[in-house]
Each structure stands twice: as structure tokens, then as C-alpha cells.
Write a protein that binds this ligand. Structure first.
Ligand SMILES: [Zn+2]
Length: 440
């Protein structure tokens, strides 16, 4: 995978002149020779094709290894090439719970600190092959990180952000819950919703503050103090008001929800995706299928939290370790039922820091085919984002978001966790298994 990059000297010169390193491609065309291409469109992989990239977008995909006058050739003829991965459930500035005390972190870190953490984790995600991601719960720092990435100031995936999840008083998203009632912090009320009217106002406020989508927490959670994951906490009326307002503003809605009855209420209210869905039954999945609602199983977060609850319960929020031990194995156990039911499944990890490709390994180990797992992180994830015309497949007109690995992920899924090449918007961020100048 030797490639030349004639634009580096020009960009280095721009950096010397103090100009922003605009990581977007110049007018130079690129031609990628792909040994095997899983394009996110065709059912079967294609062999020996050329991907022509012009101005950061895919101009054509042609059979054989072609050249174009003046175009730089990127040789991936010995590799498997796939669309850039999309993680539909991240918290970009969240540290791994297995090595961070969540209470101490909250007491000692500001949103500004979290912005720098998020910038680091975004860079690491891009190096793992994730060229897009959906952040479903963060503060203003997530909007700032998204804008910095979009402007080419820092490397990272394209981000769709929700800001704070909408949640009722005493719900999973209420930071006052279960702690000293004298504690308070600016922003702790940003997601509070106790009526349909509140829901409409919060959705509009989030839109004004830069949100791209809305996250709801209609049921209790596991990692939070003082609430119960078995309870539905938002009314269907509140959910419906949030969904209608969000959809009217062109925003999708994700719902963190566990109990079957609450999932069904969220689906009837029109949410676009159910996150986690731990206590779903065959009937729940059938209703989701009928409504076209996506499931985002987030096996990764449960794997990590379960191990932390077992080995280092002192790191978790007060009173949550037993909830983790009781509930974390369920999504894995439920995945085969979800697959059999025919519900749409999109890839999501629910982490910031850490290895996002773990989700591939967990989905495949729990019954999903490697081809379907790749599809869940490319074509299907793009559809959930409402961005299929831009990302999620390698075909003319799409962003040149392209990942490659040595080996065949359909035979050896472990290679999905060792990507060698990452291009986003026509710029190469990783090559020969190492970050390029743009990826650092
Ligand atoms: Zn989450």
C-alpha cells in the first residue's frame, strides 16, 4: 500500500505560513486500486476495481486497475476496501469507565476539559476507521468538536450531535437524581422535560444551540444513580411532542430505552432508533420492524461496564454496580432474536475513548454475519443518519470516505480491528498502518 502524496509540500508550506491545514483535497484527482471492494451497494464483493476521487468525492467506480492523466494512484490492490465506518452511538468526550472514576471526573473536569478529551478521542476514532459518528448525549463541547472537525482544525469523524438527552425529573438524564440536592451546575437543567410543552421547547433550544438530532431517555438507565431501568419515565405524549417538533425541524430522534412497553410507546411516538433495547421481546421487534425503527444494540458499552462492575465497582457512579451486573449481559443474549426478527440494526458502541471496532467483534461473536456487521456500520448507519446520499457506500457522488485492511474481513473479522488505510473526504489520514501528517 505504497502511495505518494504530492500535495504535502504545498500544505506544509501553508502551515508554515500560519494558514489552517485545510485537509480537503485540492483539484488533483486520485485513483484508488482496490483489490477487493465491499461497496455498501452490491451484495457480493467486487474484485480489482478503481475508485476515482475528485475534489474529495467519489467520481466513479470502474472495473480493472485504470489510471487517469495527472491523477495520483493509491495502491490498495492487495487489500480489502470498504466504506468508512459509522458509529451511531458515541459520547465523544467520555472516558473509559474501566480506568476513570466517574464521580471524581465530574467534580474535577469542566466542559472545556471535555472538549480536549473529545478532540483526542475523535482523532483515535478516525484512526480506527470511523469517518462519521453520531454523538447522542453531551454538552456544548460536542458542537464545538463537530465544528472544529468540519472546519479541518482537528482530525476526526464527521459528527452528528444531539446535545443533552431529554429526560424527566428523576430520570436517567437528570444529574440531580440520587445526589445531595444542594448540588447544582449550569447546564444540569438543559435536558429536563416534564410535559409535552417542555419537550417542544427543549427540542427548539437544542436546535438553536447546534444540535443535529434529538436524544430521548424515556426509560430509566443503568449507569445512573437513583433510577430504575425497568420503569418507563416519559409519557407517550411527551415523546410524541418531542418527535413531531424534531422531525418538523429536520432532526432525527434516538431513544435510550429498555422495557418492552416503553420501547413500544417510543416506537408508536415515531422515534427513528431504539438505543440498547435490552428488554425487548419478539413482539417489540415486530413492532419496530413494522415502523422501520432501527435498533442500536451497543454491545461494547455493556461488555466494558460489566467487567468494570465485576473488577472495579468503586469506579462507577454510586449504587450502579449491581444494576450493571444484573442487566449488562441482556443485549448480547437478545441479539440473535433481533437478527431473526428482521429489525434494522445499526452499529453503535456507546463509548468515546476506547476501541470502537470492538462492536464488530461482539456482534459477530453473538450471531451476526461479518457482511451484515459491516453493512450495519456503513449503509444501514448512513440510512439511520438520513445521510445515505453522502456517506455509507462507495459509489459516484458520495464523500470519499474509504477504509482498507489487509486480509478478508468476511473470513477473518479480526482484521476489522486493524485497519491500515483511512481516507475521509479525499484526504488520507492513515496509510500503511500509521497516521499520516493529517491524522496526527
Ligand atoms: Zn449512550
Amino acid at each position: 500500500m505504497n502511495t505518494q502524496h504530492p500535495r504535502i509540500p504545498r500544505v506544509a508550506l501553508m502551515a508554515l505560513l500560519g494558514l489552517a491545514i485545510a485537509s480537503h483535497a485540492a483539484a488533483t484527482d486520485l485513483v484508488i486500486h482496490a483489490g477487493t471492494l465491499i461497496d455498501g451497494v452490491s451484495d457480493a464483493p467486487r474484485r480489482e476495481v478503481s475508485i476515482v476521487v475528485h475534489d474529495g468525492r467519489i467520481a466513479a467506480v470502474e472495473p480493472g486497475f485504470i489510471t487517469r492523466a495527472g491523477a495520483e494512484v493509491i495502491d490498495l490492490s492487495a487489500a480489502t476496501v470498504v466504506p468508512g465506518f459509522i458509529d451511531c452511538h458515541v459520547h465523544i468526550s467520555a472516558k473509559l469507565p474501566s480506568r476513570t472514576n466517574v464521580t471524581a471526573e465530574r467534580l474535577t473536569h469542566s466542559d472545556l476539559d471535555r472538549a480536549f478529551d473529545g478532540a483526542l478521542f475523535a482523532r483515535q476514532m478516525l484512526q480506527q476507521g470511523f469517518t462519521s459518528a453520531r454523538d447522542v448525549g453531551g454538552g456544548d463541547e460536542t458542537v464545538a468538536i463537530s465544528r472544529a472537525i468540519e472546519a479541518g482544525k482537528i482530525p476526526g469523524p464527521r459528527l452528528w450531535v444531539s446535545l443533552e438527552p431529554l429526560s424527566p425529573t428523576a430520570g436517567h438524564g437528570d444529574p440531580y437524581n440520587g445526589v445531595d440536592q444542594g448540588l447544582a451546575h449550569p447546564g444540569w437543567d438543559n435536558g429536563r422535560v416534564d410535559s409535552a410543552e417542555d419537550a417542544r421547547r427543549r427540542v427548539r433550544e437544542h436546535k438553536r444551540r447546534g444540535a443535529d438530532l434529538i436524544k430521548l431517555m424515556p426509560s430509566g438507565g443503568i449507569a445512573s444513580t437513583g433510577d430504575d431501568p425497568h420503569q418507563q419515565l416519559m409519557t407517550e405524549d411527551e415523546m410524541r411532542a418531542a418527535v413531531q417538533t424534531a422531525h418538523a425541524l429536520g432532526m432525527k430522534v434516538a431513544a435510550h430505552v429498555y422495557p418492552a412497553g416503553a420501547i413500544e410507546a417510543a416506537v408508536r411516538a415515531g422515534v427513528d432508533s431504539v438505543e440498547h433495547g435490552s428488554f425487548a421481546t419478539a413482539e417489540t421487534f415486530a413492532l419496530m420492524k413494522a415502523h422501520g425503527t432501527y435498533l442500536v444494540p451497543t454491545l461494547t458499552v455493556y461488555e466494558i461496564y460489566y467487567a468494570t462492575a465485576r473488577d472495579r465497582p468503586d469506579l462507577l457512579a454510586p449504587g450502579t454496580a449491581q444494576k450493571e451486573l444484573d442487566n449488562d449481559p441482556l443485549p448480547k443474549k437478545n441479539l440473535p432474536l433481533a437478527i431473526r426478527s428482521g429489525v434494522k440494526i445499526a452499529f453503535g458502541t456507546d463509548i468515546g475513548e476506547g476501541d470502537h471496532t470492538m462492536e464488530f467483534q461482539l456482534m459477530i461473536a453473538n450471531g451476526m454475519s461479518p457482511a451484515r456487521a459491516i453493512q450495519s456500520a456503513t449503509r444501514d448507519a448512513a440510512e439511520l443518519l438520513g445521510a445515505s446520499a453522502r456517506i455509507g457506500s462507495i459509489q459516484a457522488g458520495r464523500e470519499a470516505d474509504i477504509v482498507a485492511m489487509n486480509g478478508d474481513p468476511l473470513q477473518d473479522p479480526a482484521v476489522l480491528s486493524r485497519v491500515a488505510f483511512v481516507m475521509k473526504g479525499g484526504t488520507v489520514y492513515r496509510r500503511n498502518g500509521a497516521p499520516t501528517v493529517f491524522g496526527q
